[in-house]
Ligand binder design. Structure first.
Ligand SMILES: [Zn+2]
Length: 295
């Protein structure tokens, strides 16, 4: 068995064959979490998960690229949109209502994305503030519901580490963390946050900081394209998750649209890089996923 902890079969590109894609995965022993990126795709992930007795779960959240900032123009992604991509303000109560489904196992994907960003310093400051405020609201929801968080982070690891460490890391609050707290928010044991940094592409120093805070790091088909071998070698298997991020990032042995069944290629590549057996990678990453997402 394998666990694709980050899939998007809830996206538009699968609208004709989502059930076949899911069936192919389940028949080959692959379970999955379909991850929302805005309200419409989150809702669809939940509806999809509810159609299956087991093996298909949902995460709900507002991705930073869908956040209404009024500061950058972001292109529509025709593979992703369920209806029409709308820039959205995070609506706490609407997402909370969605989370009533027992199939919702995480809040995500949420985070920072600085790929498209405003040019001027003032606008950039506002842009980052808006993303941060939206992350914090969604973490509030995760904590109210006792759910882990799936983080998306592109070109922004230091900022994400900073807010997680200062606000949610009890050790840092006691003064033993990597960074001293700069914000006087009263983090305590009960504000401890669980989660995963999906599609991790940071360096070893950043990986260590996330792991010190108890987070998992997830890898996908990008490991065939980017050389992340040194980082992957050093991350213990019990902190690692695998995913496809389908329809994107198809693992190299395959061409075209990605899907959850192909997570086996990611597991094979991780085993090769770490010099572990495929069976160990499969077994331990499934255990990790079931523990984090309480499945
Ligand atoms: Zn994703």
């Amino acid at each position: 068995m394998l666990f694709d902890t980050h899939a998007h079969v809830n996206f538009n590109t699968y609208k004709e064959d989502s059930d076949e894609v899911i069936r192919r995965a389940l028949d080959s022993g692959v379970w999955m979490i379909n991850v929302g990126s805005q309200y419409s795709t989150s809702k669809r992930a939940v509806e999809m998960a509810e159609r299956y007795k087991e093996g298909v779960y949902a995460a709900i959240g507002l991705h930073p690229l869908h956040l209404e900032t009024g500061l950058v123009k972001i292109k529509d992604d025709p593979e992703e949109i369920q209806f029409k991509t709308v820039e959205e303000e995070f609506d706490y109560e609407k997402y909370k209502e969605l989370a009533k489904s027992p199939k919702v196992v995480a809040i995500g994907e949420i985070g920072f994305d600085y790929y498209w960003k405003p040019k001027t310093k003032t606008k950039l400051g506002l842009f980052k503030e808006k993303q941060e405020a939206t992350i914090l609201r969604q973490i509030d929801l995760a904590q109210e519901l006792d759910l882990p968080v799936i983080f998306h982070c592109r070109m922004a690891h230091d900022d994400l580490i900073e807010i997680l460490n200062t606000r949610y890391n009890p050790d840092a609050q006691k003064g033993s963390g990597l960074r001293p707290p700069t914000l006087s928010v009263g983090a305590s044991e009960d504000t401890k946050l669980n989660g995963v940094i999906h599609c991790f592409t940071g360096n070893w120093e950043q990986a260590q900081k996330y792991m010190d805070m108890g987070f998992y790091l997830a890898f996908n088909g990008l490991i065939f394209k980017m050389n992340l071998d040194d980082v992957i070698k050093k991350i213990p298997l019990d902190r690692l998750l695998i995913e496809t991020d389908c329809p994107y990032l198809t693992p190299s042995p395959i061409e075209g649209r990605n899907e959850p069944a192909y997570v086996k290629y990611v597991a094979e590549k991780i085993a090769e890089i770490k010099g572990s057996s495929y069976e160990d990678v499969a077994k331990i990453t499934v255990q990790n996923a079931r523990k984090l997402f309480k499945i």
